[in-house]
Design a protein. Structure first.
Length: 366
């Protein structure tokens, strides 16, 4: 268990941190979501780790895992950071260099960098691959091979909500030899002490996962809140969206990134690799989601859900999860935050609640 550091030891205001706790519980009490977890690190030290409310059918506790949705994506990207550092891949490699069958239907020129920055040109999850087929990896890879582009690779910023993770997972499998769930567990989760983090939940742990609760009837046209509450989906490999973790684990991942690859004596990646991963790559109106976005290699930059930085907004990096969560870190402030809820909301009310917590955490810094 990670020891809680006193706020004043890392230049945080204890009273304002208490206000963060009050806001956290207020959101639950007001019915904004049934349950949630929040953890905060500063300069690599844990200063807050709280939880509250109801999960599936019991109170949220320290081991309750939440569905991360797209907050999974940076954890997935970090597997490529490791392989790149080890000389197994380069970001400008064609995906087909490692996966020859991928080079069809317009995807011949897609690079790993294109995947990480959502410029692969094939953002649409194949209709031929319903969620009931997601546990079958051969069907997943075949669908990715056959998926057609709708944009020229490298030219258009268009968010790939699900395909992103499947392509990265197959690259990892082909380059390393291990399945993605095993690689993530052995190379990221275990060394870093993420004891409640999975992509591909082992059988028997379903009782530790909170389902998602749809809080607004018109907030989920995709049906994600129901699909990603299915135990068979938790057990599948969907590294763009089906990660499961506690807020403490999510914040710990970002603390490692904020410390530039090392935390508590464990080095996952070298500082140069971490810095490269969060460097600005592309910006523009995203054709898939219709809003302005700035992206690094697998991360979103300066997202409103991360609060307002007092320094360079591009130094704040992380990712949100559809309707539910945010994880982020900031080199300027030394903060790393994981905030996960189980109440699925539309963009307006979801972004507001996440931004409110993020800003309150920022305001607690001295």
């Amino acid at each position: 268990m990670v020891t809680i550091t006193k706020p004043d030891a890392v230049a945080m205001d204890g009273q304002k941190l208490d206000q963060v706790k009050q806001l956290f519980h207020q959101q639950i009490d007001e019915g904004i979501h049934p349950g949630a977890g929040l953890a905060v690190y500063r300069y690599g030290n844990l200063v807050l780790d709280i939880h509250g409310g109801i999960g599936k059918d019991k109170p949220v506790d320290a081991k309750t895992m939440f569905v991360l949705m797209s907050s999974t994506k940076p954890l997935t990207a970090s597997c490529l950071y490791m392989l790149k550092e080890r000389g197994k891949i380069a970001y400008d490699d064609l995906v087909s260099k490692h996966w020859p069958e991928f080079a069809q239907n317009g995807k011949e020129s897609v690079t790993i960098r294109h995947i990480l920055t959502h410029r692969g040109g094939f953002p649409e999850t194949p209709a031929s691959l319903p969620w009931t087929d997601w546990p079958d990896w051969s069907k997943v890879t075949q669908a990715m091979e056959q998926a057609p582009t709708i944009y020229t690779p490298g030219e258009t910023l268009a968010y790939h909500p699900i395909n992103y993770g499947w392509v990265i997972a197959e690259i990892v499998r082909r380059v390393d030899g291990r399945t993605f769930d095993r690689f993530l567990a052995e190379e990221l989760a275990t060394p870093l002490g993420l004891t409640n983090t999975y992509v591909g939940l082992p059988k028997g742990l379903e009782g530790n996962v909170s389902t998602m609760h749809l809080m607004e009837e018109d907030a989920d046209a995709s049906g994600y809140s129901a699909t990603f509450s299915e135990p068979s989906v938790w057990g599948s490999i969907v590294p763009g969206a089906n990660g499961l973790a506690t807020a403490g684990d999510l914040a710990r991942f970002y603390a490692m990134m904020e410390r530039k690859g090392s935390l508590d004596g464990t080095t996952l990646i070298q500082s140069a690799t971490a810095e490269e991963a969060v460097e600005f790559q592309v910006e523009g109106v995203d054709k898939s989601i219709g809003t302005f976005a700035q992206r690094s290699l697998g991360m979103a930059l300066g997202d409103e859900r991360m609060g307002k930085s007092s320094g360079d907004p591009l130094k704040t990096f992380g990712h949100g999860g559809a309707g539910t969560s945010i994880g982020w870190a900031d080199f300027d402030s030394g903060l790393a935050v994981g905030y996960i809820t189980n109440g699925f909301r539309g963009a307006i009310t979801n972004n507001a609640r996440l931004a409110a917590i993020s800003q309150a955490v920022r305001d607690a810094c001295i």
